[in-house]
Design a protein around this ligand. Structure first.
Ligand code: AMP
Ligand code: MG
Length: 397
């Protein structure tokens, strides 16, 4: 059995990254991974403009006129205002262009209007309430490097920079299947000994959230021929992710099927839950993961092995956040494997708290309804007490 970090490093260094790219409209770019560096096409702000509703003026001019100026003209959003005429102030609105000659804006709450003149405070200083051209970023400035997975904030920035299309890596294609003679999809009656199947749905949903195109390989019987049939076209996928059949009972079955068509690089990892997990390649293109059948084990192994692999395939950085939190209750155990406890994370007056949930058996899923993170217990640790500092991995879906 190899330790977690070693297994992760081995998997990530064996990923054959995407090569094909395509150009998509910004509207279609959410969750896609950039395949090109991007530069701003415009200055931002594009011109000097007002931060507030108020009056644009020239500070030296205002001083020369004892801080009382007639209001001449107006600058609204979308206008191209005339220059400020000397000895006057101009009405201006938030985001509207600053007229030539003006070097400050006084907000309307701070002026007095007397007979068509504005009286402005003597403290008015050059630069007040002005947003200067290019102070945010400049035309040509590098904004993004390849590999960035675009989120809604990125779309906002790219839109502001005048970018309407982006080159992205092709979406990975994945085949997802569950193995087990006992598995039945929800919606069907259960015969004795059967259970409802849930891994396929969770794995597919997580892959889709990472931007992957998922093909459903269905439920596969614990039978080499059935598995062979499903894997027959596995060379057409970038990832094949199956669950079940990796523990001792069915060990040989999955091993046999994958060995026939590919190479298994790694079989067992020293983590709990999730020990039996296989990774390898089929042909030049396909990476396969055999995740444990226990639903919680499949979730944990997905998070720590499949998710980073998918990111790296798309040239992205892997990013599994590990934070410190204060344990809200104790957890005791025998040392051995690196363990991930389902936990409820919450913040209390700026402190992150983590409560290890009841029902940590790897077959137990009830606690998932309260789970928004994992507590990481190191291999050699015997657990922790309430109030101890623990390492947590927040889950965002
Ligand atoms: P296995 O890895 O096939 O030995 O399965 C371990 C445990 O997980 C067994 O109790 C299986 O019944 C259960 N299991 C396997 N696959 C699934 C699945 N897709 N959904 C829910 N439970 C499963
Ligand atoms: Mg099984």
């Amino acid at each position: 059995m190899i330790p977690l970090e070693e297994a992760q490093a081995a998997i990530l260094s064996a990923i054959r990254r995407a090569r094909d790219t395509e150009v998509v409209a910004l509207e279609q770019a959410l969750t896609r991974y950039l395949a090109e560096p991007l530069q701003a096409r415009v200055d931002h702000p594009g011109f000097d403009n007002s931060m507030m509703d108020g009056y644009a003026l020239n500070v030296a001019d205002a001083r020369a006129h004892d801080y009382s100026l007639p209001v001449v003209g107006e600058s609204s959003c979308g206008d191209a205002p005339k220059a400020l005429s000397s000895g006057s102030a101009m009405r201006i609105y938030t985001g509207a262009p600053l007229p030539e000659g003006a070097d400050a804006v006084v907000i309307q709450e701070d002026v007095e209007i007397v007979g068509g003149r504005v009286r402005v405070p003597a403290e008015t200083a050059v630069g007040d309430n002005i947003r200067y051209r290019g102070e945010d970023y400049r035309k040509g400035e590098a904004l993004y490097e390849p590999g960035r997975r675009l989120n809604p904030l990125d779309l906002a920035l790219l839109g502001s920079a005048g970018i309407d299309k982006v080159a992205v890596y092709r979406r990975a294609r994945a085949l997802v299947a569950s193995t087990g003679d006992e598995l039945v999809p929800p919606g069907h009656a259960l015969a004795p000994g059967q259970i409802y199947e849930s891994n396929r749905l969770a794995i597919s949903a997580q892959l889709r959230a990472l931007g992957v195109d998922v093909v459903d390989g269905g439920i596969v019987a614990d039978d080499v021929n059935a598995l062979r049939a499903v894997l027959a076209r596995s060379g057409e996928y970038d990832f094949v992710v199956t669950s079940g059949g990796a523990s001792v009972g069915d060990h040989d079955l999955v091993k046999q099927a994958f060995n026939e068509i590919g190479t298994i690089q790694l079989w067992k990892v020293r983590i709990k839950p999730g020990k039996p997990i296989a990774f390898g390649h089929i042909g030049e293109r396909t990476h396969f993961f055999v995740l444990p059948g226990n639903p919680v084990s499949s979730l944990v192994t997905f998070k720590f092995f499949v998710e980073p692999a998918v990111a790296v395939w798309h040239h992205a950085e892997t990013r599994v956040w590990q934070l410190t939190a204060v344990a809200e209750s104790a957890f005791r155990r025998r040392p051995g494997r690196t363990e991930f406890l389902r936990a409820r994370l919450r913040s209390d007056r700026g402190r992150l708290l983590a409560d290890p949930l009841a029902g940590q058996g790897s077959h137990m899923v009830g606690a998932l309804r309260h789970t928004n993170g994992f507590i990481r217990v190191e291999a050699e640790s015997e657990g922790f007490s309430a109030g101890d500092t623990v390492t947590v991995i927040p889950l965002e879906f």
